[in-house]
Design a protein around this ligand. Structure first.
Ligand SMILES: [Zn+2]
Length: 560
């Protein structure tokens, strides 16, 4: 029986009887079981196993998935032979395993091995729902753990495609232990400074969700994927309520902060390749001669209040405008892995002149609709927690961090307090003070109080000539001190909130000249200046040890 179990067999394709997901039709023409359209099988296979009519995703066999995302012929399978596992001597289990093996030509619910994606070597694990619904028993846990341990030895990133129904019932408690085993080995992989990416495909539930699926440095999902710990039927039966539309789908998890991105099947290889590229070994930032000094430049004469008004102008370039112009290959990551994805803060990885950096920006909208989505640039606690998550990730991968600050302040409201606005800001100040990578903060518009500082505990802080930075809005200051909000202009003057004032006070290090108040049309020379200075910053701070950077930041704020 064991030999039967291990024997290689030709690939076996058969439509499954389970679930209502579309399945790959066997004949030349078949009906899509999602939309009912007659479709040509060849079109489905060529079209990433997506129904050409309704765009529904067919479940994919693990081997087809490997072909789709790896370089041709690069896959080397590991653990091709796994000893049969029946730890509880469950009656009839071995017979069933042999049957499934024969049907699927799989020795377990996951295939592991090494492959190349656009030339970059990775360790890969791809689950297959045809094998006991992708449930995780001893052998799945063992194959995952073996693969990740080999990745640690060979210093390779790991990509795991999940597709799982839960624990392998026939293996009882041993199945449960696989959750701890796979999580522990991923922790070691992470502590070794290596990258893991998980890609959640339909369905990812139960023990796999509550272990390796949710532990990737980057977590991606295919659209519409069912993702949850408890399955929807179990929840419905427990709470006796109908679940809302879209509950536990990928888009729901993205909104709630648990996914970095939802990526279509057509874009999956390209996206994985980009993420891998951004994590390749660190390159040295080239520096042209004679650009080491901070330039000294004249500043236009203007009242503090005028600068306040300019800093709030809707035409002013936003964080994303700078990211687009100064960096390349930006990939946005979402979510705080806890509650939500705050659109008032955007962040991700990009390249600055070839060097991978983490960029995080407080983001205002361009119009009313956009501004409502971005909460007028006023972050919730989950925004700060997302920013911190990305900063810690940058630290792990030795990437410098560049923050763009532009907020009237942290959002003031009931939900923000419920979720711990104060705690979130405090945590950022605390953690940022000791980050072991270079941190730069650039104020591009409004710098409102703690909400701005939570992204500005940096090695250097720069301000645009018409940006402001203050403990409170001038209106708030005037109404508290003078009981008259109309005296905001006077307040602006005495508060010392302009770039020039703050440079004199040594609160900031550099002022970026604005010959004319910045707009998207006039920002080219500003971006040039910024780029030149970022290059200087990265050269100076990029050569320092992590502990030296943290000590420098400590001293900087210790002296405030
Ligand atoms: Zn269809």
């Amino acid at each position: 029986m064991i030999r039967d179990f291990l024997k290689k067999r030709p690939v076996y394709q058969k439509t499954q009887e389970q679930e209502k997901e579309p399945e790959i039709p066997a004949g030349l023409w078949k009906k899509c079981n999602k939309c009912g359209a007659a479709i040509y099988t060849e079109d489905v296979i060529k079209g990433h196993y997506i129904c050409p009519k309704c765009k529904g995703y067919f479940r994919m066999h693990a081997r087809r998935r490997i072909e789709m995302i790896t370089d041709e012929g690069s896959f080397e399978e590991w653990d091709v032979e796994m000893p049969e596992s029946n730890p509880l001597h469950f009656p009839g289990y071995e017979k069933k395993l042999a049957e499934v093996n024969q049907k699927t030509n799989l020795n377990e619910a996951i295939i592991t091995g090494k492959a190349a994606i656009d030339g970059k070597t990775v360790v890969l694990g791809v689950m297959d729902a045809r094998f006991f619904m992708g449930s995780m028993g001893y052998n799945v846990g063992e194959k995952v753990a073996n693969a990740i341990e080999r990745a640690i030895e060979q210093k390779l990133p790991v990509i795991l495609f999940t597709c799982a129904g839960g624990a392998r019932m026939q293996e009882g408690i041993v199945s449960l232990m696989q959750m701890a085993k796979t999580s522990a080995v991923l922790k070691r992989h992470s502590d070794a400074g290596l990258l893991s990416i998980t890609v959640l495909t339909d369905p990812t539930t139960g023990g796999v969700t509550a272990s390796f699926a949710m532990l990737g440095d980057v977590i991606l999902s295919e659209p519409g994927t069912l993702i949850g710990f408890a399955g929807p039927r179990v929840i419905e039966q427990t709470i006796h309520q109908k679940l809302p539309e879209g509950f536990q789908r990928a888009e729901f998890l993205l909104k709630h902060g648990f996914l970095d991105a939802v990526v279509s099947r057509e874009k999956m290889k390209e996206t994985l390749s980009q993420i891998l590229m951004l994590h390749e070994s660190k390159e040295v930032c080239p520096l042209p001669e004679g650009k080491m000094d901070v330039k000294k430049k004249g500043i236009t004469k203007m009242s503090a209040w005028d600068r306040v008004l300019i800093s709030r102008m809707p035409e002013r370039p936003t964080g994303l405008d700078y990211i687009e112009r100064i960096f390349t290959d930006f990939i946005e990551f979402h979510g705080d892995r806890c509650f939500g994805d705050d659109h008032a803060i955007v962040g991700g990885i990009a390249r600055f002149q070839g060097v991978p950096v983490t960029v995080i920006a407080q983001q205002k909208g361009k119009n009313t609709k956009d501004n409502i989505d971005r909460n007028f640039g006023m972050p919730f606690p989950e925004g700060y927690r997302k920013a911190l998550r990305l900063m810690k990730q940058a630290e792990k991968f030795h990437r410098p961090i560049i923050c763009f600050v532009d907020t009237p302040g942290a959002f003031c409201g009931i939900e923000a307090e419920e979720r711990g606005q104060g705690e979130a800001i405090a945590r950022n100040l605390y953690e940022m003070s000791a980050l072991k990578v270079p941190v730069l903060s650039i104020f591009i518009g409004e710098g409102g109080s703690g909400g701005a500082l939570a992204m500005a505990v940096a090695d250097e802080v720069w301000m645009m000539e018409n940006a402001i930075y203050s403990v409170l809005s001038p209106e708030g200051f005037a109404s508290i001190l003078w009981k008259d909000a109309k005296k905001a202009a006077d307040a602006a003057k005495v508060m010392k909130i302009t770039a020039a004032d703050l440079k004199k006070l040594n609160i900031i290090d550099y002022v970026i000249r604005e010959e004319h108040p910045a707009t998207v049309e006039t920002m080219e020379p500003i971006c040039e200046d910024m780029s030149e200075q970022i290059q200087r910053f990265l050269t100076v701070y990029g050569s320092k040890e992590g502990s030296e950077l943290a000590a420098h930041r400590y001293d900087r704020f210790r002296n405030m």
